[in-house]
Design a protein around this ligand. Structure first.
Ligand code: RB5
Length: 148
């Protein structure tokens, strides 16, 4: 069973609970890293544990949720090898996989319905990376020693 770490702040808590159930029903080994209630929290505290699992290879893919998706993506994308994509339509999730090899899906919980979120998650999980010219571009994302 593929492990999928998932986490949210308070703004994404309710939708996360639904996606945890959906991922479990789909047969994934869901690793719910919080938050565990709608009480106010700080999104980086939840972004980093999910991003660390993807960075180290403990998980191939992960899911994050916050109000806009932005704070979670900023924090997750500080990790080497993490490509966290905010997706608010299934088409964007599909392109994030196909062209950008996204390995963390970030959902803007305050701007997507539960039905949208299901479709976005399904697109993220089902779509392969296209490779080819996109591989060269994705490889260029990690800064080289000279540009650091
Ligand atoms: C919390 O109110 C909100 O700021 C947070 O969920 C997120 O949208 C930050 O990027």
């Amino acid at each position: 069973m593929e492990p999928i770490p998932i986490a949210a702040d308070h703004a994404g808590f309710e939708l996360k609970q639904k996606l945890v159930a959906r991922l479990a029903a789909l047969g994934y080994d869901v690793q719910d890293l919080g938050t565990d209630s709608p009480a106010s929290t700080d999104y980086p505290d939840f972004a980093h544990p999910v991003a660390e699992r993807v960075e180290t290879g403990a998980a191939r893919r992960g899911v994050l949720l916050c109000g806009t998706g932005l704070g979670m993506s900023y924090a997750a994308n500080r990790h080497p090898h993490v490509r966290a994509a905010v997706a608010w339509t299934p088409e964007i999730a599909e392109l994030a996989r196909r062209h950008n090899d996204a390995n963390i899906l970030v959902l803007p919980a305050r701007f997507v319905s539960e039905d949208d979120a299901d479709k976005i998650l399904d697109a993220f999980l089902a779509t392969p990376f296209e490779g080819g010219r996109h591989e060269r571009r994705v490889e260029k994302i990690e800064p080289s020693a000279e540009t650091q």
